[in-house]
Design a protein around this ligand. Structure first.
Ligand code: SAM
Length: 316
């Protein structure tokens, strides 16, 4: 058997400083695994029981996810066929990593609310929020990259989420245009995608490096300030990235806390999974706001990718 390519040394060295030593071997091992596919049944389009029966009838081996009634896993070998199934084509199911399901659950939008999704394509979390809202209310979904915007539109249409209005624009401009407009904001920010690296796909890290992290952090900062401005007083913002880098996570949130110390609070996350660690309050010799421990890093394992999550409330 041939050895898989090694992850970049500098990346592994940083993980040693980010992740507790007892969790690191499991995280490093996860980069070499072929993980099962996870699907969410889109309750805007179909019932759970009938869709499960349909997929089992077609030969898929479904295992329920213990913490979410509409989500199921199938073996990695069935991923391709699931992607091209009639249920996927018709928007009755959406393939989504389990970690990313936790983002909409943590934001917890309710029917009738106004929600902003500030970096929305291809729309997996937009559709999940639409389902959590039972199709009631309004979601404004913003995407700045034209090709991805059209993919988002197609997915929203396929998913039957008529409460979603899509906007092709730079999310950094939204807060200035519609300050104080939304009950909830999701910022699933563009990032260095470190938690998606796979030793089966060396191309997954080809653009990675300190410069990429710095570039992403600048963009995330602009988007987060915009999202915060767009939030109503009392509203909730969920910031997430699929990066491990504290420069793209805790430090981005710390900058917002520094600018608006009396106008926002970090709400401690209580997640349904245990492969998590608290947000860091120290990085490279700098002490960060202690409230950042309320954020969470989901650590990748044999079924899940990684994700950083932080829930913020705008105070009146
Ligand atoms: N939330 C999406 C989902 O669950 O399907 C994934 C979002 S992805 C992590 C980040 C998205 O932000 C990408 O589609 C990227 O093109 C978009 N993006 C990058 N810069 C942006 C900007 N300035 N304004 C709005 N969207 C932006």
């Amino acid at each position: 058997m041939t050895e898989l390519p090694a992850l970049p040394e500098a990346f592994v060295e940083r993980l040693h400083r980010i992740i507790p030593p007892e969790r690191l071997p499991g995280v490093l091992a996860s980069f070499a695994l072929r993980k099962p596919a996870t699907l969410r049944i889109n309750t805007l389009r179909a019932g759970v029981d009938e869709t499960v029966a349909e997929l089992r009838h077609e030969g898929f081996h479904l295992t329920p996810l213990s913490w979410m009634a509409e989500a199921f896993q199938v073996p990695a070998a069935e991923r391709e066929a699931l992607t091209h199934s009639a249920a996927a084509d018709a928007g009755r199911i959406y393939l989504q990593n389990p970690a990313s399901l936790l983002a909409a659950l943590a934001l917890a939008p309710r029917p009738g609310e106004t929600v902003l999704d500030l970096a929305a394509a291809p729309g997996g979390k937009t559709l999940h929020m639409a389902a959590l809202m039972g199709g009631q209310g309004r979601i404004s979904a913003v995407e700045s990259v034209r090709g991805r915007f059209f993919k988002l539109r197609a997915n929203i249409e396929r998913g039957g989420a008529s409460l979603v209005k899509t906007y092709l624009m730079d999310g950094r401009a939204v807060g200035g245009k519609v300050p104080g407009r939304f009950d909830r904001v999701l910022l699933d920010a563009p990032c260095s995608s470190e938690a998606r690296f796979s030793r089966l796909r060396p191309a997954s890290w080809q653009h990675w490096g300190p410069r990429k992290i710095r570039e992403m952090a600048r963009k995330q900062q602009g988007l987060l300030f915009s999202g915060f401005r767009a939030l109503k007083s009392g509203g909730v913002l969920l910031y997430c990235t699929c990066a491990f880098a504290p420069e793209e996570n805790e430090r981005v949130v710390a900058a917002l806390l520094g600018r608006y110390p009396h106008q926002l609070a970090v709400e401690k996350l209580r997640l349904a999974v245990t492969n998590t660690q608290e947000g860091l309050t120290q990085w490279e010799g700098q002490t960060l706001d202690g409230a950042l421990s309320g954020c969470a890093r989901i650590l990748p394992d044999s079924t899940m990718d990684g994700l950083f999550l932080c829930r913020l409330r705008r105070l009146s």
